[in-house]
Design a protein around this ligand. Structure first.
Ligand code: UDP
Length: 331
């Protein structure tokens, strides 16, 4: 099976490429390296290019006969999407449509799409299942929801089978330590805390301690990157080998919520073993942060025969810490 991974030089894409290659897939990566890194693509063939380049897409699809496409290439900063929606609608929606149209023209029928919990907006109940209303509260979430809707219409009209996977908080790193999270700027909690511990940052600020949760800090569903990737592999299998027809969507989390304070406590425990420590400061709430965001992933588990394996926060943090230690050695 030959798979095109768009955005395969990014955090999630690069872990996916590794998993597909170790599962015996022939992998081609397309990435414009705007936020991804050439060094993160350890397997497959890397083509550097942009989804805006329709001629390039045509040529790639003429040269390669793909069984499926996985699409991770998107801009994903909520704040930036509010400042610069044009960039988000252009890249996340229009460019995705270029990709879908070239797939339709070349009769490539299987598509796995990186969606997000941000398509739900303000949660009206928890844990969030697939029946929860989707009312995104920022352009980032809207762009992802638009693509989910496009996929439904492309299934009805062109027979394109797809699975949209709505991630909650992706985190952790390759258990073998070969790749990990590299974002610039980094905005996510776990890598920020680890950077505060390793000395790449002075401290970590807790954004609000007055939420209606047990310890007052926000609760999120942190899902290990390899669990996310194995869900993608199962999703591809679901629509290719098992030939399920449709435009499906599933929520992906590990089903357990952890508060910001709990994450800090676990990081402290892990890094102190290596003689590191960290400074924690308290700050204001960050705009647009709901108190609790936890996924109900039962549908994905039952339908895709998928199960998160690395659902212990300590293991997630250990893998991410191993990666952070490699980064500081290099710097
Ligand atoms: N957070 C924090 N300090 C930081 C970064 C994040 O307290 O420097 C909190 C944030 O308010 C949220 C949680 O950590 O409750 C996870 O934030 P992140 O940006 O990692 O992911 P999000 O849930 O926004 O997708």
């Amino acid at each position: 099976m030959k798979v095109l991974v768009v955005g395969g030089a990014g955090y999630i894409g690069s872990h996916m490429v590794k998993m597909l290659a170790s599962d015996g897939y022939d992998v081609v990566v397309l990435d414009n390296l705007s936020t991804g890194f050439r060094e993160s693509v350890k397997y497959g063939t890397l083509i550097i290019g942009d989804l805006a380049d329709v001629n390039l897409l045509e040529n790639i699809f003429i040269e390669h006969k793909f069984d499926g496409v996985m699409h991770f290439a998107a801009n994903s900063l909520v704040g930036e999407s509010m400042q610069n929606p044009s960039k988000y609608y252009r890249n996340n929606v229009s460019n995705t449509q270029n990709l879908l149209d070239v797939m339709v023209r070349h009769h490539v029928k299987h598509f796995i799409f990186s969606s997000t919990a941000a398509t739900f907006g303000e949660p009206s109940y928890s844990p969030i299942d697939e029946n929860h209303p989707q009312n995104p509260i920022n352009p980032y979430g809207s762009t992802k929801l638009m693509v989910e809707r496009i996929l439904k219409d492309y299934h009805s009209a062109y027979g394109l089978h797809s699975v949209s996977l709505r991630y909650f908080n992706a985190c952790g790193a390759d258990p073998e330590g070969e790749i990990g999270e590299l974002h610039d700027p980094e905005t996510h909690l776990i890598p920020l805390i680890l950077q505060a511990a390793s000395g790449r940052r002075q401290d970590i600020t807790v954004f609000g301690r007055d939420y209606p949760t047990e310890d007052g800090t926000c609760i999120r569903d942190y899902i290990h990157i390899n669990d996310l990737c194995s869900a993608h592999a199962q999703a591809l299998n679901y629509i290719t080998e098992q030939s399920h027809a449709g435009a499906f969507a599933f929520n992906l989390g590990n089903g357990k919520g952890f508060s910001v304070q709990e994450v800090i406590d676990v990081v402290k425990e892990v890094v102190e073993r290596d003689g590191y420590n960290l400074t924690v400061k308290d700050g204001e709430r960050r705009q647009g942060d709901p108190a609790i965001l936890v996924a109900d992933s039962k549908l994905a588990q039952a339908t895709l025969q998928w199960e998160p394996k690395f659902d212990q926060l300590k293991i997630i943090v250990e893998h991410a810490w191993n990666w952070e230690k490699q980064i500081i050695k290099l710097n």
